[in-house]
Design a protein around this ligand. Structure first.
Ligand code: FES
Length: 157
């Protein structure tokens, strides 16, 4: 009789343990679902770099100077004709081009561009974009990557 009672207690404790384990599993699963639902509600969109940014006052640029903005993927050129903001995004598949000689070269598939961004070799189908430059109210040059202008259109400050 004593043996039977002991086995029954053991069985109950095993049952109790399994119940607690199940409850813990359900709680963990519920918490995981709640976490993913809450995470889903919070936007995770990365809008990246601002399309409009300022690069400084015009008088800080000397004629012939080239300012490469790695983060914005733009090069600012001060030529005799004025300022140009040329994209460093390859028009083939979007790699970042780098200055090479007087122009630019894409490290991915070897496209080449002249100093104006005109595609001169490789698979890039079109020239590099030129972005609009204007003068911000505080007197700084402002580049707008949302507005693509014709190649060779310089901004005169
Ligand atoms: Fe530049 Fe292919 S991405 S050549």
């Amino acid at each position: 009789m004593e043996e039977k009672k002991k086995k029954q207690d053991e069985k109950m404790s095993r049952r109790s343990f399994l119940n607690k384990l199940s409850a813990a599993g359900i709680t963990v699963a519920g918490a995981a679902v709640a976490y993913t639902q809450l995470k889903f509600m919070k936007p995770t969109v990365d809008y990246g770099i601002d399309k409009v940014f300022r690069v400084g006052k015009p008088d800080k640029f000397k004629t012939g100077s080239v300012m490469t903005l790695e983060r914005e993927k733009v090069v600012i050129i001060k030529a005799d004709q004025g300022f140009a903001a040329i994209s460093l995004i390859c028009t083939h598949l979007g790699c970042t081009v780098r200055p090479s000689g007087a122009g630019f070269e894409c490290p991915c598939h070897g496209s080449q561009f002249d100093e104006f961004g005109l595609n001169t070799g490789g698979p890039a189908p079109t020239p590099l974009d030129w972005y609009q430059i204007s003068l911000a109210p505080n007197g700084e040059l402002e580049v707008d990557k949302g507005i693509i202008i014709d190649m060779g259109t310089y901004y005169k400050a």
